[in-house]
Design a protein around this ligand. Structure first.
Ligand code: 4AD
Ligand code: MG
Length: 466
């Protein structure tokens, strides 16, 4: 008879009637007495494994006992029954059991005891088998689904922006070069590298943001979003920065800053609710970790039920100047907010997330719409407790002459951005967008404190494994 192979998640959720099944997965723990053996089996679909019960009069355990080790893979047939044991609803009475692949306990690094996150970062190829990293992978997958659902339900089209680009969106210059030139024998002309001989007959890089290409499509399809990997070659060795991270960037024609803020807030609330609904077990698991803030789930529920707060940058500066707190970076109008300032505003002042708007133009990108004061731009950053900036965006400069002026002030070559200027020459419209760092969001919902733990394969200065 061909038995059904349910996931362990579906068993725990009560979807599977009691009866006979086949199960496949990996051993998490095992213990043996004279007459009976217990194995906790996991298949990575649930925080909880399923207890297999091996009655020695049914299964000849002595033959395979040496191979039943943490990390070994198994296939088993038997019967799902209600468990008489405390703390579990179900258990699995094994009829047949086969060890598919062994895992030598002398060398398998993941043993029964908990491992530190630092240690797990050293074994990226095995860490998804740990409960923490497995749970994060599931939350990440659900959250990605939520991203698409949110925008698709609201008439935004999904646009894939290029990974390889010849323009620098943020104008900050922290880009990874893409080249096939022979670095040991670089072609030169007039003392400079001759990129005419490179693959694209010019300089190319990995994108820092899909925004500018997104604007092209927003001024054609009205509402779009991108969701893809972005790359920053900054030397930022922090718990909040990656060299490769995923960003969601909606862009909408005829949206002004207020519409943009509303969209960003609705989006964040939708994502949080989706994770609360679909990842209950995982969130409860995170709540139990020693590093997790005990108000994690409570603060997510609070956010999901609240409306947003907005503060002018200038007001934020006044509050920081008046605060009794001593900051490492002194506060003055015109400076960029540092992490410590952001955290003071969210964690101590408003005690929740906060939009800061109308930043000085000198600390923001060239494309942001200049305010009538000539000094500030229609920028918005959403700051969240614990993690600081979770998303950033703006209303874009749609006036051709003002944009050209800004580009000249910032030394951005017209030859590179002519197409971007063209969008302001032909049917220009007010428009706005923002970028949400997917990993920053995941840190926020899971309570994880290091961004390197919420992406499967982190890349940061000095480190890119696999
Ligand atoms: O503030 P950023 O640099 O804005 C942009 O790239 C705009 N083009 C977005 C737009 O308006 N379409 O980045 C946006 C977000 C940040 O708020 C942060 O959440 C995340 O991306 N982010 C990073 N996440 C991880 N590692 C890094 N190095 C990040 N840099 C930015
Ligand atoms: Mg930003």
């Amino acid at each position: 008879m061909n038995l059904q192979t349910p996931t362990i998640k579906s068993i725990h959720s009560g979807e599977m009637p009691l009866g006979e099944y086949k199960l496949r997965g990996w051993v998490r723990t095992h213990r043996h007495s004279k007459s009976v053996s217990f194995i906790e089996l996991t298949d990575g679909t649930s925080v909880k494994g399923l207890q297999l019960v091996l009655d020695h009069t049914v299964v000849n355990v002595s033959e395979i006992q040496a191979d039943i080790q943490t990390g070994a893979s198994l296939e088993t047939e038997g019967r799902l029954v209600a468990s008489p044991a405390k703390g579990q609803k179900y258990e699995f009475q094994v009829a047949t059991l086969k060890v598919v692949g062994t895992a030598d306990p002398a060398s398998y690094p993941l043993q029964k005891k908990g491992h530190s996150l630092e240690f797990l970062r050293e074994i990226l190829h095995l860490r998804p088998r740990s409960n923490t990293i497995g749970a994060i992978a599931r939350v990440r997958s659900h959250a990605a689904m939520a991203v698409h659902r949110f925008f698709q339900e609201r008439g935004f089209y999904y646009i894939t922006s290029p990974v390889i680009t010849t323009s620098d969106c943020e104008g900050a210059g922290a880009m990874f070069r893409v080249t096939t030139l022979d670095l040991l024998n670089v072609p030169r002309r007039e003392g400079k590298v001759n990129f005419e001989e490179d693959f694209f007959k010019g300089e190319a890089s990995l994108t820092v943001s899909g925004q500018l290409e997104g604007e092209i499509y927003a001024t054609a399809l009205s509402k779009i979003y991108t969701f893809g990997p972005t790359f920053r070659a900054e030397n930022s060795n922090t718990t909040r920065h990656l060299a490769e991270f995923w960003m969601i960037e909606p862009e909408a024609a005829f949206y002004e800053l207020e519409d943009n803020m509303q969209l960003a807030w609705d989006f964040l609330v939708y994502l949080v609710k989706y994770v609360l609904d679909h990842c209950k077990e995982e969130l409860e698991f995170f709540l139990g970790r020693e590093w997790t803030d005990k108000s994690l789930i409570e603060s997510l529920n609070k956010l999901a039920a609240s409306s947003y707060e907005v503060m002018d940058y200038s007001e934020a500066i006044r509050i920081l100047e008046k605060s009794p707190k001593r900051f490492d970076f002194p506060v003055s109008w015109g400076m960029d907010l540092q992490f410590e300032h952001e955290r003071y505003l969210t964690d101590e002042h408003v005690k929740g997330p906060l939009f800061v708007v109308n930043y000085p133009k000198d600390i923001k990108a060239f494309y942001m719409r200049v305010n009538d004061d000539g000094k500030t731009v229609r920028a918005m950053d959403l700051l969240a407790p614990r993690i600081g900036e979770i998303l950033g965006g703006s209303q874009r400069e749609e006036r051709h002459d003002v944009l050209l002026n800004r580009m000249q002030e910032m030394d951005l070559p017209e030859e590179t951005y002519w197409w971007y200027l063209d969008l302001r020459r032909f049917g220009s419209v007010p428009h706005s967008g923002f970028g949400l760092g997917f990993e920053r969001f995941l840190m926020y919902v899971t309570g994880m404190q290091n961004i390197r733990d919420v992406i499967p394969f982190p890349r940061f200065p000095g480190y890119a494994k696999f």
